[in-house]
Ligand binder design. Structure first.
Ligand code: IPE
Ligand code: IPE
Ligand code: MG
Length: 246
């Protein structure tokens, strides 16, 4: 299936900034929402393929805090799509657990209910966890964590001296998974757009020009193959890392 991939070195966690739906549609003379619809098909393909490859966590940036300032009709179309695209079949067929991160209190009640239902229905699936970042931004998440930590200190359940980087990770919405080894952004922009700022401290970054609706299994393989060519040094020297690998 994928000769060029080292199946022993598949990232445990891949995070994706799924960008380029609007431009994909505009190139075809269509409304932006047509691109979002096509983007849902790409989500299904990449979810199935990631589960097959042995990825344990796939975190998809689906709607950012900043996306609330898009035109109302586009926001409404996106909320509608979230509601209709959460089919149990995708999760059950691939044994995938569904989780949401983000400030869902800002989402319509019908969507929140569907998200919670899907989380519950899929809670016991074990092959992979699909994490959807909705109404999410890293600054929102870190601010909330800081407030929660401050509250615990004030209540006397946490001492200031005990706060370390693990404490902060544990207070983030992503506290149930490891940090991503690989971050992919489609659509050609070279920026992070308020996504997982703390968690990508040492992630390998991969940017491609492909618009999200065109991102397919081969494109995913290419990103992983590129990741596998890199040496992750975590501050050490090349020689140190090579010695450790022996
Ligand atoms: C990404 O595609 C999807 C969302 C942000 C919801 P865009 O809608 O940003 O597409 P472009 O970047 O305008 O092409
Ligand atoms: C980032 O895409 C957010 C998502 C993919 C959900 P945007 O298209 O909103 O990013 P910017 O604003 O152009 O950086
Ligand atoms: Mg965009």
């Amino acid at each position: 299936m994928n000769k060029q991939l080292d199946m022993t070195r598949i990232p445990e966690h891949i995070a994706i900034i799924m960008d380029g739906n609007g431009r994909w549609a505009q190139q075809r003379g269509k409304e932006r929402s047509y691109g979002h619809q096509a983007g849902v098909e790409a989500v299904k393909r990449i979810t199935s393929e990631s589960a097959k490859l042995g990825v344990k966590y796939l975190t998809l940036y689906t709607f950012s805090t900043e996306n609330w300032s898009r035109p109302a009709d586009e926001v409404a179309a996106l909320m509608g799509l979230i509601l209709t695209s959460l089919e149990d079949e995708l999760f059950m067929k691939n044994n995938v657990r569904f989780r949401v991160i983000g400030d869902v209190s800002r989402m319509p009640e019908s969507v929140v209910q569907k998200l919670r239902e899907t989380e519950e229905h899929t809670a016991n699936n074990t092959t992979m966890t699909l994490v959807v970042a909705l109404s999410y931004s890293s600054k929102w998440e870190i601010t909330k964590a800081m407030r929660d930590i401050a509250t615990e200190v004030k209540q006397g359940t946490l001492s200031v001296d005990a706060i370390d980087d693990t404490t902060i990770s544990q207070h983030l919405a992503t506290n149930f998974m490891p940090d991503p080894e690989l971050l992919i952004r489609t659509g050609g922009e070279l920026r992070i757009s308020n996504y997982l700022l703390w968690q990508i401290a040492y992630s390998e970054l991969y940017f491609c020009d492909t618009f999200w609706p065109d991102f397919d299994e081969a494109a995913l393989h290419e990103a992983i193959a590129n990741y596998q060519q890199r040496q992750r040094r975590f501050g050490k020297t090349e020689a140190q890392v090579e010695n450790e690998e022996k």
